[in-house]
Design a protein around this ligand. Sequence first.
Ligand code: SF4
Length: 99
Amino acid sequence: MTNLKCSVHSCMHHSGDMCCKPNIKVDGPRAQTANETNCVSYAPKGAQNRAACTTPNEKLEIACSAVECVYNQNSKCLATNVSINTTGDTAGCSTFTKR
Ligand code: SF4
């Protein structure tokens, strides 16, 4: 389980600078930098997108395909703390650290 901070206010799962989902998925099988990762659990807030959860989770599971990250082991994130932030037009993992 990872302590997750999220600053992506435009996401419907964002809650109290954290995420209200019990787990998230980060993508980036070819990522060499944080900007090339992508939080695929991101969903923009909108009239049709209503949050299914509201209580922020301090710890959650992260499935991750960014295999070049030092924290990635068998497609799971083993980092103690992870920050998800806006990267370009989307949300990505600022904690990504190249092996
Ligand atoms: S720290 Fe690395 S392994 Fe963990 S979610 Fe971010 S990119 Fe994936």
